[in-house]
Ligand binder design. Sequence first.
Ligand code: SF4
Length: 467
Amino acid sequence: MGGIFGVVSNQSCVQTLFYGTDYHSHLGTENGGMAVFGAKGFYNTIHGISQAQFKSRFVDDYKKMDGYFGIGAIDDESPQPLVFRSKFGVYAVVATGLITNKSELVGELLNEGVSFNEIAGGGINNAELVACLINRGDNIVEGIASMRGIIEGSICVLVMSEKGIYAARDKYGRFPLAVGKSKDFTKKSYVVATEASSFENLGYELMQFLGPGEILLLTADGVKQMKPEGQEKKICSFLWIYTGYPSSTYDGISVERTREMCGRYLAKRDNVQADFVSGVPDSGVGHAIGYAMESGIPYRRPLVKYTPGYGRSYTPPTQEIRDLVATMKLSAVREVINGNRMIICDDSIVRGTQLKNYTIKKLWDNGAKEIHVRPACPPLMFPCIYASSTRSTSELACRKAIRALEGKEIDNPADYLDTNSAKHAQMIDWIRKDLNVTSLKYQAIDDMIAAIGLPADQLCLHCWQGK
Ligand code: SF4
């Protein structure tokens, strides 16, 4: 999905920018970058981070950088921030999300005589496309507003000019943006970020979340609203289930607390007898703790993650090494597993291959007596269409099950979406057998919504409902 970070200050902002951007490393593994504005003007630096973590790629750059304003991004789609000379003066931009009508917009701009310099993954860089659309406006704010009006998909943007940083949340607030204020009274400084959890350790306190479609201008003197928030919100539910960092809050709702509630709801509807409950590290842990709290079944750790050698920001270059890394990451604790019946909570089941080949297999190999899998969200039926996603429809575990049961691809899985239908039960049982587990019970969608605590009409539920 990608993450963005910005800082304005009356003092050097570079250290805050470096660490603040790094706090978004769980949101992307391909590209990282930072740009600053200061006495020497604009400066940007961009690196690929698929083979080395953000901090190690940028540690030399950041020591040479200087400025009062800065923006940064970690993103899988497009290398950024990019710097442009425009009719509004020079500015830098970061833009994360997905533009689904990209080729149509690029065609329109080419017809208008616009040319593109940056190429990302064989296509046009999202940040450059966004900048070209902003440049059509009478000023930066109107440009951002009109750009958002014609983009299909979802884009959050930071535009850094000589005035300050314009922060714009996507039209339906699908992805978050939060603003923080320095706790150090000797400096005037504000930050804006996808992940509000980056603020605390950098010495900032959370001030506010941007509303859907809202645009703010951050300067060292304060935060000014340039466009009010829109009426309609559809924030991504998957942020709380999987994508978000446990210490984060989105629109005031804690990720960890939501995961605990998901686990509690799973336990409330369950009656399986087990010796312990556990979560698949890391994102299954909060859900499993909630399950343990509700059920009274002890929490234990049959699998531990070997984090010193296998950090998040590393994409192994070949499938063979990816498979090897996947199995090396988790170590089994035989003394906990052997002879025991266990409930294993995971955030979700996407393809199911990771869970089957590297988690379940390790548990059986180490003497598990029974394995009961409890995903914290309902069956994933559709890939994300609002952020870059590694999932395709056909590879989802549910679609594989439907294909096997029907003997062909089907376009409309409505019968399988109905949780009371026989087809839905057959699909779940097919996945259970494929995973090779004793039982499989998914979260009910109403329970997931209740765990988040927002009204259903304020949530994006596309992954599960396709609408
Ligand atoms: Fe989130 Fe899924 Fe909606 Fe994408 S489609 S924004 S992952 S809920």
